[in-house]
Design a protein around this ligand. Structure first.
Ligand code: ME8
Length: 517
């Protein structure tokens, strides 16, 4: 039986245009989903848009639109972005869909029936930008006198009658859950952060609003809509058919993995497991929080107008180049800085010079000197065996790193073989062997093609389009591109004809360089 795997992106607020941060989470999930599929898992991969709440209502009002008109338009921007980024999601959820409304209301009823929801009066600080409540002790003051949340968002004092969830009762159960599931939150630093937050004590949280109406109505209520986060988090269950709890739920919920940015970890690691436990459901298996991107050393902000549009990035650098850069540049979990210098270094230094050049050198040499026919390998030397052994053991290393969401380590392991293969070409010098020892030249070329095949199969999750072209150039049949085809068993057969090769990773020439040419 194939093992299931469920991976989710956060659902994106539709008040904003997609930027590099949204692309980052989504690409990371796509890499995981593709890796797991290639490794034989049955994957469900969910993304979507978060469409209710005060922030979206305000954005619609600012644009003289009905909230749903704004949502339709902007949700589509995110859906189109997924297509542009070649994302392999199986479902796209919008929180304004009926299936989601039903799921949220069912969850609410369950919590209410079990006595975890009560009516009370809320007074405290709320940041519309974050759609989050903060404690007074967490706030700072801006020079202009505004109170600011730790995220820099302006908070306002709120006083209203709302429904509460009895979060304070869940402290011990949450701590016990973290203790018995030390891998629940990654990376470790975020686990510690959440643990000490919960250890410091939890207050009941307000989970409804009556001052605006753009939300899912609280069942049996005319005045209150649900707090946007209880609505948003439930999307992960809606997509599995909740509340019917049929096959998809039984199969995928126990292996659910949420990928989120570091700013929304409290919602996913504290509120969400508490809601679920209170409804007698299992918490998700894992939440991984990645870092944030700055741009040329600066925080992205509307006022600076420096948010990077992923569509422009794709047009400027190429899709696979951008995907590679984002997964390669910083250890996943850390913050990173996007700059033109950094991405062009990665494209030219690694994709073009190291991987692209390796493939092109080997394949064009075979095309020119052997009429494109894959030669035979005979009498393997220690160097040949070393390179092949490194290829054969690569998937184990990649799998281990991928299971810790260490994307940069997966690439680093693959790259150690790319570099090894480049050193091997230079040392074996098939262009010299061509004059001295054709038999040996053929062996060297065969080994290099096998190395390239392993690299291309394992790089598919990161740079799917380019690797599909490269695997075509290696005449690897579509059915032989899964990880089960790694190793000797599915080695290419000598005597096959390889198509005429062409480079898969062109060098990047910056616009500024182009002008000075
Ligand atoms: O938070 N670098 O939606 P959102 C990296 N609707 N990641 C960034 C980033 C940056 N500069 N800026 C934002 C929400 N992000 C909620 C989620 S899930 C049930 C509800 C990431 O559109 C951010 O960390 O504001 C978050 O994970 C994601 O973009 C969506 O942000």
């Amino acid at each position: 039986m194939t093992a299931p795997y469920y991976i989710t992106t956060p659902i994106y607020y539709v008040n904003d245009k997609p930027h590099i941060g949204h692309a980052y989470t989504t690409i990371a999930c796509d890499v995981l989903a593709r890796f797991k599929r290639l490794d034989g898992y049955e994957v469900k991969f969910l993304s979507g848009t978060d469409e209710h709440g005060q922030k979206v209502a305000k954005a619609a009002a600012d644009n003289d639109l009905d909230p749903i008109e704004l949502c339709d338009k902007n949700s589509n921007n995110f859906r189109e972005l997924l297509a542009t980024l070649n994302i392999s999601n199986d479902d796209f959820i919008r929180t304004t869909e009926q299936r989601h409304k039903s799921a949220c209301q069912a969850l609410w009823r369950k919590l209410s029936d079990k006595g975890h929801i009560y009516m009370g009066k809320y007074s405290g600080w709320y940041a519309v930008r974050d759609e989050a409540y903060y404690d007074e002790a967490e706030l700072t003051q801006s020079p202009s006198g505004d109170h600011l949340a730790p995220t820099g968002a302006v908070v306002e004092w709120m006083e209203e009658e709302t429904y509460f969830f009895d979060l304070s009762k869940w402290q011990d159960k949450l701590l016990a859950f973290y203790d018995s599931n030390p891998d629940f939150i990654g990376p470790q630093s975020r686990f510690n952060e959440v643990y000490s937050f919960v250890k410091g004590g939890l207050k009941d949280i307000s989970i409804s609003r009556a001052t605006f109406s753009w939300g899912i109505p609280v069942p049996g209520e005319t005045k209150h809509v649900m707090y946007v986060w209880i609505d948003a988090l439930t999307n992960y269950l809606t997509a599995l058919g909740y509340p019917t709890l049929k096959d998809d739920y039984a199969k995928f919920w126990p292996v659910c993995h949420h990928m989120v940015g570091k700013d929304i970890i409290r919602f996913h690691c504290v509120y969400w497991p508490a809601f679920l436990m209170a409804a007698n459901l299992m918490p998700p298996k894992k939440v991984y929080a990645h870092g944030w991107w700055t741009v040329e050393g600066q925080k992205m902000s509307k006022s600076l107008g420096n948010a990077i549009d992923p569509n422009h990035m794709v047009a400027e650098y190429g899709l696979d180049q951008m995907r590679f850069f984002l997964m390669r540049e910083v250890p996943f979990g850390n913050d990173g800085d996007f700059s033109e210098a950094a991405i062009s270094r990665r494209i030219n230094g690694e994709l073009a010079n190291e991987l692209g050049n390796l493939a092109q050198r080997v394949l064009s040499f075979i095309a020119k000197n052997l009429d494109g026919v894959l030669p035979e390998a005979r009498d393997l030397t220690t160097e040949d065996k070393d390179l092949l052994n490194s290829c054969h053991s690569l998937v184990v290393l990649c799998r281990e790193s991928m299971d810790r969401q260490a994307f940069h380590e997966v690439i680093e392991s693959i790259w150690s073989v790319v570099r090894m293969a480049n050193v091997y070409v230079d040392m074996q010098a098939p262009w010299v062997l061509k004059k001295t020892n054709i038999r040996r030249m053929e062996t060297v070329l065969y080994i290099l093609v096998e190395a390239t095949r392993h690299i291309a199969i394992l790089m598919q999750p990161f740079t799917p389009q380019a690797m599909s072209i490269l695997l075509d150039q290696l005449s690897v049949p579509d059915d032989d591109r899964m990880f089960t085809s790694l190793g000797e068993g599915s080695a290419l057969k000598s005597g096959i004809k390889l198509p005429v090769p062409h480079g898969v990773f062109p060098r990047y020439i910056a616009k500024s360089e182009e002008r000075t040419r």
